[in-house]
Design a protein around this ligand. Sequence first.
Ligand code: BGC
Length: 385
Amino acid sequence: MSTRKFAAVAVGMTLALSLAACSGGGAGETEDDGAAGGGTEETEGGLIGVAMPTQTSERWIADGEAVKSGLEEAGYEVDLQFAGDDIPTQSQQIDQMITKGAELLIIAAIDGTALSGQLQAAADAGIPVISYDRLIRDSDNVDFYVTFDNYEVGVQQATSLLVGLGLLNADGSEGTATGPFNVELFAGSLDDNNAHFFWQGAIDTLQPFMDEGTIVVKSGQTDIEQAAILRWQQETAQKRMEDLLTSAYNDGSVVQGVLAPYDGISRGIITALQNAGYGSGDKAMPIITGQDAEIASVKLIADGVQYSTIFKDTRKLAEQSVVAAKAYLAGDEPEANDTETYDNGVKVVPSYLLESDIVYADNINSLLVDSGYWTAEEVASGVSE
Ligand code: BGC
């Protein structure tokens, strides 16, 4: 994805320079001594800290850049940090943002429960905290949550698996296949609240098929704890798939479907399967799902290797976080469209949820190319420009 796109999105956002200029210390009323001071050059709109988990997945880079450019367009200064999926690094980065006088924090946490000290410091300083994509848990000190409908993402992943197996048609009607099909299940990182929502949505969708025996999890590993991949890592997923093949498919049986919650995990699974001879000869590649529409996976879908992914338009999520940030800094409350679903263990966090789409080979162009998310050249090469 090129920065051109982020700029285009940012231009589409309403500018609120005048509001930003008189935003003072954000939601805290005690900041008239200038919370944006603290060693950082003050700009009209003040400093906003943006903490992203990692650069190993391209979505977080895109999120970070889009949030940054949207805030800059609105006149704010931005401290954007990536933490290399390391919890102490992220804590330290947020500490520094607070020290530098950030007026608001936008945080995509690595571990949703690991930031209590930083959140307390933010609350003490009257700094609003927006939880970005991943819910910050077990803390009162999170003000707003922007995300996608994460349960629905899980439903979509499982639905695409059922469509690929022929048990459902794309319109949701019953398919002609009868099974039974051997399917293995993968989940995300247990310390990421989203992983539980994706899993629940997927399992609720698959359960009737498992109950009637149309879908068989041959390994017997049907608990999220067994299926989870710490930090969503590709290599860990590859290793687990290799172990499953060795332990549950050493009798000549084959895997026909894999529920994978994220494209990096999908690619790890695909490597394990290819190494075991799947995708060549009469050993067909199973139906494999994904998430994030990463360019390498979009190409694999176009090539018929991965079956599906879920497109979550990070440009829209970034835009929502900017809208929410501007509301706080103008002394208002951001508009929520869900005030029930996201209980973080201490309170229900008001949320703004966006919708996602299932990507199959036949709608790559309409969903991803026509919307400018990827170019046709990027899809053809599998590499972002
Ligand atoms: C995000 C997914 C992403 C995963 C791994 C989750 O919190 O919602 O979009 O695939 O993290 O980075």
